[in-house]
Design a protein around this ligand. Sequence first.
Ligand SMILES: Nc1ncnc2c1ncn2[C@@H]1O[C@H](COP(=O)(O)OP(=O)(O)OP(=O)(O)O)[C@@H](O)[C@H]1O
Ligand SMILES: [Mg+2]
Length: 604
Amino acid sequence: MTRISVLDALTANSIAAGEVVERPASVVKELVENALDAGSSVILVEIRQGGIAYLRVSDNGCGMDEEDAQLSFSRHATSKIRTIDDLEALRTMGFRGEALASIAAVAKVRLETRLLGTDIGTLIDIAAGEFQSIRPVGCPEGTSITIENLFFNTPARFKFLKKDSTEAAAVADVLERIALARPDVSFRLISQGAELLHTPGNNDLKSAIFAVFGKQAAQESLYIDYEQSPVKLTGFVGTPESARNSRSQQCFYINGRLVRSKAISAAIDEAYATHLMKRKFPLAVLLIDVPTPLVDVNVHPQKMEVRFWDEQAIFRSVYHAIKNAIQEQTTVVESDHLKTVEQPLVNPYIQSELPFNAPQVRESMQVENQLSSSNQTTEPEPSNQPAFSSLPIQSVESNLPVQSTKKTINSLRSARIIGQLLSTYLILEHEKDLLLVDQHAAHERILFEQLVGRHRARGPAAIQPLLVPQTMTVTASEQAVLMAEQDRLMAIGFEYEAFGPQTILIRSIPDGGRYQLVPQAAFRIALDSLLNDKITSEEQISDVYYSMSCKAAIKAHDLLHQDEMNRLINDLLELEDPYHCPHGRPVIIRISQYEIEKQFKRIV
Ligand SMILES: Nc1ncnc2c1ncn2[C@@H]1O[C@H](COP(=O)(O)OP(=O)(O)OP(=O)(O)O)[C@@H](O)[C@H]1O
Ligand SMILES: [Mg+2]
């Protein structure tokens, strides 16, 4: 007797369904993608009890005739490809011909569909893969599919479903993510009779972001438009201020297909590294286009991952696109209740002679620049590892976007310092605005950039010899570690030697530029990090410098003289990003003339 037998169709389909259909959200994803492939402009999703009891997706797409309607439930029946070669040029979401067969194997399904331009529709009832009835019906053009009692015949699957509210949230999440990729389509989600999502479908991504993430996120996002052949990228990224503790506001699409990608996540983190605290995640909606032959879509059962021909190229494009957008945006944070016009403090496009808003032009100029002086340092390519390249040393000559930012920042030099408020904020008048600068955050930022910048440059620049070496008391065990690990502290700028029992003589410290660190305080921070073994990766070293900057920076409530204020402002304006402290908090806020006059009721 043979031990091997071929599974019957229902069993085989149910097993396959386990891969495709995990929960109501995966059903919604499949049905909505079908609706999009059918050319719909309006898609309605209705659910009850998280979609477990009831789930319906209706569209105004092309619809099907009776024959196709029946065929649509057969495994490997698809209108989207004919042979495997078609996958290379795939522009549709579907291609396997599996989704409807899988769903119908594990639920009760009703399909109502009318082919565009025909008079009568088709209704099909199918449960657990068995056709129950097929008949003509009067229905609108397009398709609607109703799913009831998901997993009613597969109790093992049913058990894995979560609470209704959790499943509903997962449905909303998947629909939001799809909606962001297709601002040209209007999506609506109704759960238990209440509308949870409604996008306008006006082909404006910002409106879709508004509908999904809210008004503030939409207003504060920066537009991205970048091209580095063969990768094209458009979308929006959020400001550091509106970053979240999770990646819930990050969605990436390759050729319109929602994907998960570690490379893209890493590129975003890296681009924001100097602007954000760790484990803070900015909004990012990135629509990436690459020629279809360079992407393999057939690698994941739910089509949630794709394989790129060159991950690094995608990584670099995302990194540079975002980095450019952040650098070109010179808006300071405005006080929020009167944020009327979104307007950069200084308009970079007026200030510079170059058309900076045209990335292609910028790219080609960059190339020319490099050709004309081939020995110039260029910005190092970021590694795929979140690392120290968070503060790339940029040669102004070879990096035009930075130059433009510098110029615009330089124009702030004309700002007049009025004085100090609460011994904590510097008050400046700039053009028609009032600026408030947080002195501690400003100083911290300056020091941090000095330390990290010089460290990255390596060599003697990173080390500041002390004219008078300083002694410091340590414990015996600390001294033992210090003597054994001299190289590691040397690498971040400390030279020292034993100076009797429990005493160290500090000869040099990390170079803070015009501001000198307090040797003992800085050394203590480095020593503690060394003892905790937190001074190895470049990221950890950056943290050490950050702690030193925070410790050494002037504090709130320190009274400053006029020349100290001048120096602070001048140094602040030298920075690549003077607007945020290393925590991502704002350094400068602006109150516009309009806001002031409104408060005084000079204007209404
Ligand atoms: N809403 C719809 N409007 C019009 N035709 C549809 C709709 N949904 C499904 N179809 C048709 O039914 C076929 C089968 O759909 P199904 O989702 O099972 O497979 P697919 O979309 O081709 O591939 P995949 O399994 O990757 O989703 C589709 O190829 C399409 O021709
Ligand atoms: Mg499909």
